[in-house]
Design a protein around this ligand. Structure first.
Ligand code: ASP
Length: 434
């Protein structure tokens, strides 16, 4: 039966959650929803986050030790970063192209612009502060920060995933060099540990339809708390902006990822099968707005249902969840130009080129958590001398667009891991069931 399949159950949970959220706001059940339903959504996300660090550690150590040869690892690393960079550059360019053609900022009525700026001016300061902290980092800090001085400190914070990746690779390399009986023992331990964690992810995923229901209900009630009618009004005032971004995101998926996937799959798998395989991860990305929280599910689907070998997936995906955010970078391009247009500022070619550079860097620097993209947008706006207060214009719809760009971030990670696996000859028979 179709509805027994997990991805359909998640879709049903998502739709029911939205409907319930609306009913709850109309029927005055918001307190009940916040008190008794929303917490289940929080528990669900927390469970996913809880499993992320052990999963990355176990699967990456198991993956690296199965390589036997560390030159392969560095080749794979170089390839991964290069493809990630290229897809991000494409995403920003598509974003710029679409926003320059559609010019959504030019149609924003003067009074809407003024009232938006008045409403949201207070909440911008926090984001400016966070962006300032990011900007004060040195150019090579991203490299310096990959090396932790204490593994337990890195493992205690999910935003330090690159550090966990680093330690896992180091440990894997150590185990390969150790070799012999002791080496074998450690390989078996990590393999077994990995299997247990995959089982736990499966268990958590069984609750996904309920978790997604609670997340969606909570989201609608939160929005309604600030006045759902207003959010819908805003969405239509900013409709052209939102549509422009969504068109750019769709173009990126159906041009860049689709061609990359077609090229590497060589007809072994259709695009439809690709989307079907990662659909639960995409749906979770949509409901959680977080590529980091979705990582355990992305890993599972990519390995099982796309057939990407563990040693590739366990490296490419955690790195991608941290540095590859094509949806975010396209969003930054669209948002920056939209704000400039709305404020009546014309951007020169050099300024647009600057957007390409800063949006790429900013998306690398953005964490895979809700709202990270808008913080980094401050950096992009500053680089082209557009007043950061302009963020007020788009803040009202950002939560919803965050959900959409996160889906693209996750799809990108999955597509790149498939490409790297195909080019390394590391694809297995995919599981088309479920
Ligand atoms: N929420 C996005 C993610 O986790 C980041 C962002 O664009 O805000 O992938």
């Amino acid at each position: 039966m179709w509805y027994k399949k997990l991805h359909w159950q998640i879709v049903i949970g998502l739709i029911l959650g939205l409907v319930y959220g609306l009913i709850s706001s109309v029927a005055g059940l918001n307190d009940f929803t916040i008190e008794y339903i929303k917490p289940f959504g929080t528990i669900f996300i927390t469970l996913l986050k809880l499993i992320a660090v052990p999963l990355v550690l176990a699967s990456l150590v198991a993956g690296v030790t199965s390589l036997n040869d560390t030159t392969k690892l560095s080749r794979m690393g170089g390839k991964t970063v290069l493809i990630y960079l290229c897809t991000t550059l494409f995403a920003v360019s598509i974003g710029l192209l679409v926003v320059n053609v559609a010019q959504p900022g030019k149609t924003l009525p003067e009074e809407t612009r003024i009232s938006l700026q008045e409403t949201y001016s207070d909440s911008i300061e926090d984001r400016e502060q966070s962006a300032k902290a990011v900007k004060e980092r040195g150019n090579l800090d991203i490299l310096v920060n990959i090396v932790p001085d204490n593994f337990f400190a890195s493992a205690s914070n999910n935003s330090n995933m690159l550090q966990v990746v680093f330690v896992a690779i180091l440990l894997g390399i150590g185990i390969i060099h150790l070799g012999g009986e002791k080496g074998k023992l450690l390989v078996n331990v990590f393999d077994a540990f990995n299997d247990v964690i995959i089982l736990i992810v499966d268990l958590i995923m069984k609750t996904a339809p309920y978790g997604v229901f609670a997340l969606m209900a909570g989201l609608i009630v939160d929005l309604a708390g600030d006045d759902l009618g207003k959010a819908i009004e805003l969405l239509s005032a900013l409709g052209l902006y939102s549509i422009t971004l969504i068109v750019a995101l769709l173009l990126h998926i159906f041009i860049v990822y689709a061609s990359m996937f077609k090229y590497f799959s060589k007809g072994k798998m259709s695009l439809f099968q690709f989307f079907k395989a990662i659909q639960p991860a995409m749906l979770l990305g949509f409901s959680t707005s977080s590529s980091s929280a979705t990582l355990p599910v992305t890993l599972e689907r990519v390995e099982k249902n796309l057939g990407v070998d563990e040693e590739v997936a366990s490296f490419v995906l955690p790195v991608g969840a941290t540095i590859n955010m094509d949806g975010t970078s396209a969003y930054q391009a669209v948002a920056a130009v939209f704000i400039a247009q709305a404020l009546g500022l014309d951007l020169s070619f050099t300024q647009q080129l600057m957007i390409v550079l800063t949006a790429t860097a900013a998306s690398v620097g953005a964490a895979g958590v809700p709202g990270a993209g808008i913080v980094m947008l401050v950096v992009v706006l500053e680089s082209i001398n557009v007043p950061t207060a302009g963020i007020a214009l788009i803040l009202g719809v950002d939560r919803i667009l965050d959900m959409c760009r996160t889906v693209v971030n996750i799809t990108g990670d999955a597509a790149v891991s498939y490409a790297v696996a195909a080019s390394e000859g590391k694809l297995h028979e995919p599981n088309f069931e479920d």
